[in-house]
Write a protein of this length. Structure first.
Lengths: 462, 650
């Protein structure tokens, strides 16, 4: 096995490291710690965080890439090993049954037959629904037990979910007991984080996961797509793409937005004019047009330089990064404008004037007095932009200028669903699965953003 | 027969009780004043009467009867017609109380249509003394000055011919000369229409001028209710007395102001005994045990004087004047070198118009100001808002680059910032401290920026002690401090670099009376100890009277009169100074001076972009002669120290 680190993996882990460092740093800042504590006390925020953490876990698993070692074939000299051309991730390894057990074409969720009639050669039976190769294969020829089998598996899955949840519950309970033992007065209960919300959300998630795991061992839980791939596998793989687009883009646009916004607001004069001119120009070009042009250019470059990429995964990855970059370049203007306005306001504050009266330099004033007072806006914008970007990816892929067609993403799934919905009878599960997962991700991000905004709003402080 | 009867009114926000058991009556044609510092529940009481409480708050108990009807039981639809029709309210901030996208006339007509008033919008505007009412009715709020907006608000309140007018700090946002106009207008309207009025104010002077009955509120409770003359003659509750004693004026200028230690308790505080006990100088253990009951101090003449204090009989009747030892004031040393010399200072802002941003005019915010200040003395720069006094202060520090003139410090010309010699203390203690920095970091900023060596943390502890804060407060953030404490931090920050001169820009105007006294005492003490020169920028004449050695009065960017405090404040020669001084509502303890003739200025201050020809003041001056319209008067020296710019001075 050979570990492969794609550029996007490296950036994702860098971002995670930054988040951890930032979290550690903000623990020592009283105002930030108080605000985060408020977020922690909100049941909605904590439930949303639990959901997001689950998505993140899937995304991180999907970012640990490797190339499998091929079995030794005769004629290869000992000592040199061959690696598969295909780049796989840890998630692929976990889901390998899902990945490999593909059908011929469409099949409905939990079905045992294909979705479309085909002419059967054996027995001269004319046209009928052929049996699936994997879905319900353990039932054998007798399908009487289909309903009962599903019910049994659901029960087993629920049991599995509860079994996984109980240790968690005991752990939380012991911690709570310990805490109230320390404080003695139960003060920890009111001010402490909303553990209850986390536990309930975790229970729901584990129950769902348990049922899905139990069912997936025998069936295609969310059906299969046109080429017979398991839709559950596709949606799980899409999570990484969504997360990457949402986070890497903000990583790219953030420095530009903060720096330019603050400079425009504080320095003023021709610097302000230049920066305003820049973002007005950028804003007046239709975003999709700009992105389409940049993506097509990128595509040409990638196609003319195949030697840059060792595998198709790397090529797709480069295109994904390019998309993040382009989205970042076009989306910093909103935040920069917001920060410029806030800086204009802060510049006139008495404490900035007091610092000027001491002869403190421009850069020091910007770093000490302006930037810390902008951070709450930056944070709110980050969390709110995330969901917008995940949706933007879906739209762009739908238009055909998004990620590489080989990359599995919500956008490509929705794009494919365009044809599926036009079929008669309709193939609905692909779209429904993408919709449900994206909905959960964006809703959780939005709920968290709301809670963060409330907690960091200075008007609510006090 | 009283129009409004309030019994045991309480307002609850969760567990907190911002208003707790308030009872009073108002009869037709009478004014009841609610007096108290901010956070005492005055506005909340008024909102509860109108049933306009914010969402989180609800009426926790008690009865309110208006004209014999119980307000608590009225359905919302009837309540709505009562608001504006039966009782109307005027708010503090005229700028935000009017809708900026509707003409004034339309907003008034809206209120007339709702309540079926008899008068039209123009007649109402006329009634509140707005000149050229038909034209003004078609103008938008931004075209009106602050005083006019407040008049328009009053006109709107009058549209439904209310029987009760609730005025919540109606003049706090206005300048003194405008305040005098609006107060007179309110009295006149009340007399004409026999309205009852509930006046909410923190200003003893305003209450003294306007009220018939006074109720003093503290921490959600009324602590004293008395007829006006009795209250101003013999206030009984220790809190009321402390409020009087904390008022700065000339009679206390050589002593120390009596200040109330601490600040108003927060809403969430839980009280077992008297709510004022923690800040009371006369506190006894019994005060903390049970809430004090009402005591009647009737003089038998039917005038009710109620006090909520168990020790009221034992306290001496006269308010104890602060008999602090006289602090030695630095006498003016004739011929002593001036610390600060400002000559002909100008700050002009260009007005740019058009595509090419050509300069079409100048706003002369400061137009030739000359000042002189010696070490250890205080020069007060007095004027109404917009006269350029803050800009002048900033220009002296070079925070705002001056366009002309010179600033000399110790005889040396300043070309830029001189941070080690001059520092500034700002008006708003909430805006002047960076909320993201600890107090210690805030104070250390100047020392760091100027690379002052030494042990910073020791010095910070010393500075905090100097301004009356504990040394361990250096690790806290500004939001943990009250307004007065923040202002102390701001003073410590300025002192950290050992300046010789402090520019104090209205340092107490955002503070309550009792806290203001603490800060003024501190400033005076620091001046005595460190020999600082103060340039004190303010519009508050009482503070000037208490603190200043010299006074300069500014009008429209120029100094119209300057001299020693006694000269300017006791024998003002410029008509503007005279008007300014007489407009200040004074506390008249005996009530005799109520009918004394006052000079009330008409109109508003003109714009500094387009000052009137000749003497800037002549359009508002009652004494103006032909010469005033043609030429700006030269300075006339009356004594060695007293100078005035008026054609009529000699």
């Amino acid at each position: 096995m050979k570990v492969v680190i794609l550029w996007s993996d490296a950036l994702l882990f860098l971002l995670l490291a930054l988040v951890f460092i930032g979290g550690w740093w903000s623990r020592r800042q009283a105002h930030l710690r108080d605000a985060w504590r408020k977020v922690g006390a909100s049941a909605t925020a904590m439930a949303a965080t639990t959901v997001l953490a689950t998505f993140l876990l899937v995304g991180v698993l999907d970012s640990l890439h490797y190339r499998e070692r091929l079995p030794d074939v005769g004629g290869v000299p000992a000592g040199s090993t061959n690696y598969s051309n295909e780049v796989l991730s840890a998630l692929d390894a976990v889901l390998s049954p899902l990945r490999t057990r593909s059908e011929k074409t469409y099949s409905a969720p939990l079905a045992t037959y294909l979705f479309a009639k085909e002419s059967l050669d054996a027995g001269g039976g004319g046209r009928d629904f052929p049996r699936l190769r994997h879905g319900g294969a353990h039932l054998g020829a007798q399908l009487d037990g289909h309903g009962g089998d599903i019910a049994m598996r659901v029960l087993k899955g629920l049991g599995l979910g509860v079994a996984l949840w109980l240790p968690l519950w005991f752990f939380a309970r012991r911690k709570k007991l310990m805490r109230s033992g320390i404080h003695g007065d139960g003060a920890g209960d009111t001010a402490g984080p909303a553990v209850g919300a986390v536990l309930v959300t975790a229970l729901v998630l584990l129950l769902i996961a348990g049922v899905v795991v139990a069912l997936a061992q025998g069936y295609h839980v969310l059906g299969t797509d046109k080429v017979g791939q398991d839709v559950l596998y596709l949606t799980l793989k899409s999570i990484r793409t969504g997360l990457l687009i949402g986070t890497l883009t903000t990583l790219i646009m953030l420095p530009a937005a903060v720096l330019l916004g603050m400079l425009a607001g504080y320095v003023g004069g021709w610097v302000d004019d230049a920066i305003q001119y820049l973002y007005t120009v950028l804003n007046s070009i239709p975003g999709v047009l700009l992105i389409a042009a940049a993506v097509l250019m990128m595509q040409v470059i990638i196609d003319t330089h195949p030697e840059w990429f060792a595998s198709s995964a790397e090529r797709a990855d480069a295109r994904l990064l390019a998309l993040c970059l382009i989205l970042g370049v076009t989306s910093w203007t909103g935040l920069a404008r917001l920060l410029r306005g806030e800086t204009l306001k802060l510049r006139e504050m008495d404490y900035v004037q007091a610092a000027q009266a001491f002869g403190v330099g421009r850069l020091a004033i910007m770093l000490r007095h302006i930037l810390p007072n902008l951070m709450h806006i930056v944070l709110i914008a980050l969390v709110m932009d995330f969901s917008g970007l995940v949706l933007a990816e879906a739209v762009l892929s739908y238009v055909g200028i998004g990620v590489d067609p080989n990359t599995i993403s919500f956008g490509t799934m929705i794009n494919a669903a365009r044809m599926e919905l036009a079929r008669e009878p309709m193939v609905w599960w692909s779209l429904a699965a993408a919709f449900a997962f994206m909905f959960a991700l964006v809703l959780a991000a939005n709920l968290l953003a709301d809670a963060v905004r409330d907690a960091f709003d200075p008007r609510n402080a006090g | 027969m009283s129009l409004l009867t309030v019994r045991d009114l309480s307002v609850a926000i969760g567990q907190a009780r911002p208003v707790d058991g308030v009872s009073f009556d108002i009869a037709l044609g009478e004014t009841f004043a609610l007096l108290g510092e901010s956070g005492c529940g005055k506005s909340m009481t008024a909102l509860a009467l109108m049933r306009l409480l914010p969402d989180a708050a609800r009426i926790g108990g008690g009865q309110v009867a208006f004209g014999g009807r119980s307000l608590a039981e009225l359905p919302e639809s009837e309540m709505r017609s009562l608001r504006g029709g039966g009782m109307a309210m005027i708010f503090q901030e005229p700028g935000t109380s009017l809708n900026p996208v509707m003409t004034v006339g339309r907003q008034i007509r809206e209120s007339i249509d709702l309540h079926g008033g008899k008068l039209g919008a123009v007649e109402l505007l006329d009634a509140v003394g707005i000149p050229d009412a038909p034209r003004r009715a078609n103008e938008y709020p931004f075209q009106l000055s602050g005083g006019m907006k407040q008049r328009a608000m009053i006109a709107m309140a009058l549209a439904g011919a209310p029987k009760l007018l609730i005025a919540d700090e109606p003049t706090t946002a206005l300048d003194v000369t405008i305040q005098a106009q609006v107060l007179d207008l309110l009295r006149e309207l009340q007399r004409e229409r026999r309205m009852a009025m509930l006046l909410i104010s923190h200003d003893l002077g305003v209450v003294s001028r306007m009220s018939d009955h006074v109720g003093v509120m503290y921490a959600g409770q009324l602590v004293e209710v008395a007829p006006r003359d009795r209250f101003f003659g013999a206030a009984a509750h220790p809190y009321s007395r402390a409020l009087f004693a904390a008022l700065p004026d000339s009679s206390r200028r050589d002593g120390e102001l009596a200040s109330i230690p601490g600040s108003v308790p927060p809403l969430t505080a839980i009280f077992s005994g008297c709510r004022f006990a923690d800040r009371c100088a006369e506190v006894r253990p019994a005060c903390r045990e049970a809430p004090p009951p009402w005591r009647e101090l009737g003089d038998g003449a039917g005038a009710q004087h109620m006090v909520r204090c168990i020790r009221v009989g034992e306290l001496p009747m006269a308010a104890p004047m602060a008999a602090a030892e006289k602090s030695a004031l630095a006498a003016r040393r004739e011929g002593a070198a001036a610390l600060l010399q400002v000559s002909d200072l100008q700050v002009h802002f260009p007005i740019r118009r058009g595509v090419l941003q050509r300069v079409v005019g100048q706003v002369r915010a400061v137009d030739g100001v000359s000042l002189e200040l010696q070490a250890g003395r205080t020069l007060a720069l007095v004027g109404e808002s917009g006269c350029g006094k803050t800009t002048a202060g900033k220009a002296i520090l070079h925070l705002q680059p001056p366009t002309g003139g010179s600033v000399r410090l110790d005889g040396r010309q300043l070309g830029g910032l001189a941070p080690r010699a001059m520092q500034m203390v700002f008006q708003d203690p909430y805006g002047s401290l960076n909320p993201r920095l600890r107090v210690g970091e805030i104070i250390a900023e100047g020392m760091r920026a100027l690379a002052i060596g030494g042990d910073h943390s020791r010095r910070i502890a010393g500075l905090l002690g100097q301004v009356g804060l504990a040394a361990d407060m250096a690790g806290r953030y500004p939001h943990e401090f009250s307004g007065g404490q923040r202002q102390r931090v701001a003073i410590a920050r300025a002192l950290a670099v050992d300046p010789r001169l402090l520019v104090l820009d209205e340092p107490t105007s955002a503070l309550d009376v009792s806290v203001q006294a603490q800060i003024l005492n501190l400033l005076r003490e620091l001046q005595g100890r460190l020999g600082l020169g103060y340039l004190f920028i303010t519009h508050n004449i009482a503070v000037v009277d208490f603190l200043a050695h010299e006074v300069a009065v500014m009008y429209l960017g120029r100094i119209v009169e300057r001299g020693r405090a006694e000269e300017v404040l006791r024998a003002p020669r410029h008509p503007y100074t005279q008007a300014l001084l007489s407009a200040v509502p004074r506390v008249e303890q005996d009530g005799e001076m109520r009918g004394v003739e006052r000079v009330v200025l008409q109109g508003d201050m003109p714009s500094p972009a387009n000052p009137p020809a000749g003497c800037h003041f002549h359009p508002r001056c009652a004494l103006a002669v032909a010469a005033c319209r043609s030429a700006y008067p030269d300075e006339t020296r009356l004594t060695a120290t007293h100078a005035v710019r008026c054609h009529l001075a000699d």
